[in-house]
Every structure is written in C-alpha cells, then in structure tokens.
Design a protein around this ligand. Sequence first.
Ligand SMILES: Cc1cc2nc3c(=O)[nH]c(=O)nc-3n(C[C@H](O)[C@H](O)[C@H](O)COP(=O)(O)OP(=O)(O)OC[C@H]3O[C@@H](n4cnc5c(N)ncnc54)[C@H](O)[C@@H]3O)c2cc1C
Length: 414
Amino acid sequence: MRRYSVFAVAREAARYHTGWERAWASPEPKKRYDVIIIGAGGHGLATAYYLGKNFGITNVAVLEKGWLGGGNTGRNTTIIRSNYLQDPSAAIYEKARSLYETLSQDLNYNVMFSPRGVMMLAQTEHERRGYERTAHANALQGVETSFISPDRVKQLVPIINISGPRYPVLGALWQPRGGTARHDAVAWGYARACSAMGIDVIQQCEVTGIRQKGGKVAGVTTSRGDIACDKLGIVVAGHSGVLAQMAGFRLPIESVALQALVSEPIKPCIDVVVMANTVHGYMSQSDKGELVIGGGADGYNNYTQRGSFHHVEETVRALIETFPIISRLKMLRQWGGIVDMTGDRSPILSKTPLENCFINCGWGTGGFKAIPGSGWGFAELMARGASPLTEAFGLDRFREGRFIDESVAAGVAH
Ligand SMILES: Cc1cc2nc3c(=O)[nH]c(=O)nc-3n(C[C@H](O)[C@H](O)[C@H](O)COP(=O)(O)OP(=O)(O)OC[C@H]3O[C@@H](n4cnc5c(N)ncnc54)[C@H](O)[C@@H]3O)c2cc1C
C-alpha cells in the first residue's frame, strides 16, 4: 500500500490524479482461513485490523453480504463520547475514544475525528442528579467530564433555549474531548489498513450457514461457497439473532429500526454536540453545514432499514423546543438502521456455546463511538481467549443477573 501524504497529493496533482491505487483489494475467497469475521461494519473491520496489528494474525477474512460500512456504521450520527456510568463501560468506551484521537495517523487515513465536545442536557431534577453522579464516577474512572451550569451551557451553545416552556435546562454533563468522526472513513480506513496487511475483505459474500464439527466451529457456508476456519467472529449488529440461530444458540437481543435525518446545509451555528435526552433528540452540525439529527428507535421489532414518520415528527418537535431558531429549516433526507438492543443497554463481547465461535453485538444505538476499543478488546478475546476490556460483557451475565445497567447513559439513541 502506498502511503497517503502531502507529497502523494502533490505528486498526483502534477499528473492529474492518474496514479492513485485502489484503497483495498477485492480478493476471491480462499478455501480456508485461521479466522473469519462475519460483517464488514466498523466493529468487524476493527477486529480484523487489531488481530493483524496486535497479534500478527493476518490469515483472516472479513465477509460482508453487502458493501463494507453499508450497515449501521455508515448510517449513524457519529457521536463519540465515553461518559458512561459503570466501570466496564467507561473502560471500553474511553479506550475507544482515546484510540480515535490518533486513529487517522494510525490508519494513515483521515477519519476526520473532531473532538468538539459533547454535552448531555439535564432537564429534570432526576436527570441532573444522574449526571452529577456520572461526573463523579467519571472522575474516578479517569474520564474527563464535568457537570456545567445553565449559563455555561448557553455560553457554549448560544442557540439553545435554556428556559424552555416544559423543560428548562438545569445544567449538562460536558465531555470536552468527545465529538464526532466521519463514519464511512472509519470503515474505509480500517478496510484499507486490513487489506495492506494481507487480510481479505470480501464484499457481496453472504454467510448462509455455520458449519460445525464435534461442538467446534468448522467454517461457514456462503453465497460464494464453503469456507473453512479455525475461529469465527460474528459481528453483524442487527442481524446477530439470525447468525446466532445458524450457530445453534439464542441471544438476549432485539432488533429494531433506529433513524436519523439531516437538514439542508446552513452556516455554522453550533460547534458542539448536544443531546437532550428528556425531550428526546440530539443534534450536531456536519462540516457541510447540515444539522445532523437523531431520534428514537421504533417500538417494535423489524429488519427494515427505514424508520417511521412519527419519529421524525417527534424528534423535530423536541429539537425545536430546545433550538427554536431551527424551526424554519427544511429537512433534506432521512434514513434508518437496524440496531441490536440488549436488556441492560450494554454490548455482548463473548465466547459462545459453540467452541471457537465468538460474538460481538448488542451495541444498540451507540456503538459507533466504541469501534476502536471494541475491535481492540474483541481481537484480544479471539486471539488469547480473554481480554480485560471484554471480561464483564460475556453472555453469562444474563444468566447470572450481572447486568451492566447503562440505560441512563444510553437514555437517548446515539
Ligand atoms: C440512525 C442511527 C444513529 C446512530 N447514531 C450513533 C451515534 O451517534 N454514535 C454511536 O456511537 N453510535 C450510533 N449508532 C449505532 C452504531 O451505528 C452501531 O452501534 C455501530 O455502527 C454498529 O457497528 P457494527 O460494525 O457492529 O454493525 P454494522 O455496521 O451494521 O455492520 C454489520 C455488517 O454485517 C453485515 N451482515 C449482516 N448479516 C450478514 C451475513 N449473513 N453475512 C455477511 N454479512 C452480514 C451487514 O451487511 C453489515 O454491513 C447509530 C445507529 C443508527 C442506526
């Protein structure tokens, strides 16, 4: 792989950009791999990357039924933060956030990480107490957050209405190094780095069956033939239940559609990410000037990547209450993704009842921010059989009642 650099840009400019090579290869599947990862979303690709980078395991295939990053990784609102309450969550999300800080350099690919600051508004007394508690917990966990006053909120985001009619702003949980990154670029950057290490990223290759022998995984059946492997990682977000069924076990997961929308582009008016959990909406402004707006999840299970109109209406209503100046903006487009929700709103990174088959799922409405940390920990789990980052997120926690309750930290979909 030829590195991207200022010299490469100058060289290509001089020869009319005729010399760029393809960012990643499109290989035919081999008959056998040491490791197969199902799903070329951010989590699957990051897992493959850290298997290669941290453990030297590069005889790896990432199999994707569509195009890479075409699942939730390319459909989210790109919020990155690590202000979670429980210690295991703070550890994995902060690992991810800290990896994001230097991900562009690490991958030699600009993922446009923008640590512009994330604030979660407290609009009820209950929420205020919850966020103050989280700020204290974060101080102990080494995550930089603070609880800020309504005046400071207004100073940071002048367009906010802090004395709203229903829910005045009582303060906010503020993470100054939270922010956003370009979601496609995260998938593309990992794919390019995987390809450079000799890892096969194979698109248009749907896994239709999981083959096993003597209680162990033996390989997969795909739309492009059978492929054998020693270890298998299932990393398919909203389709986790479908793949688990192929492997012969059940998951405590529900799949629902979550949607987002963007406005027409306008001049810069908000340079931080604001989440308003009580009225239920959140917003940031993209580099193109569009307001990126996220709403809630459907209240019923489904696999459609669309979303429903009443959510758009509810979300827009909530945001107009918080930011009255956006009331006359036109909305440009809306889309949905299928998110994988667990009961405690925490992910599953785990061994499974099928030997050498591992699963990484349950990131629900908030897994984009976790991609580097999840890939790091899941690769270690797959390579070594255990990882301090993933230890608390095993499947057995549902049987043993050891929930990692993040329903407050994940109170709004993001
Ligand atoms: C509207 C919306 C807004 C969001 N906002 C945020 C946010 O602001 N911040 C945040 O942190 N998170 C957010 N999220 C959540 C985040 O997008 C996801 O948690 C994360 O992208 C999951 O990544 P993944 O790699 O696990 O899954 P995906 O990116 O969905 O990748 C899974 C891949 O598996 C493939 N696959 C499925 N079945 C098969 C099969 N049988 N064979 C081969 N391949 C298969 C799929 O095609 C897909 O490409 C949001 C999600 C949505 C939908």
